[in-house]
Design a protein. Structure first.
Length: 89
């Protein structure tokens, strides 16, 4: 059986990041896709939040795939904090 994904991360909070055809999303321990493969980049879940990149902007999603931090220009997280720049317009 051929592999289903091109890459995958480590399990974090019951979900694992997976990549197929250049897009990332998340599956659960049963292999069910629970967050669509629609992101350019993803980070592991920490405290119920995963940072993701979509259309060149970064934001934070919850374990259901909803936006907790809307996509925007965000720097790297250090000790749970990041610099964010809200796009004008």
């Amino acid at each position: 059986m051929p592999p289903q994904y091109d890459a995958m991360g480590d399990f974090s909070e019951g979900l694992v990041a997976v990549k197929r055809q250049g897009k990332w999303g998340f599956v659960n321990a049963q292999g069910k896709e629970v967050i669509a493969l629609s992101y350019q980049a993803v980070e592991e879940f920490v405290n119920g939040l995963a940072m993701v990149k979509k259309e060149g902007l970064y934001g934070g999603i919850n374990r259901q795939g909803g936006w907790e931090i809307p996509p925007q220009h965000i720097g790297y997280f250090v000790n749970g904090l990041a610099i964010a720049h809200k796009a004008s317009g």
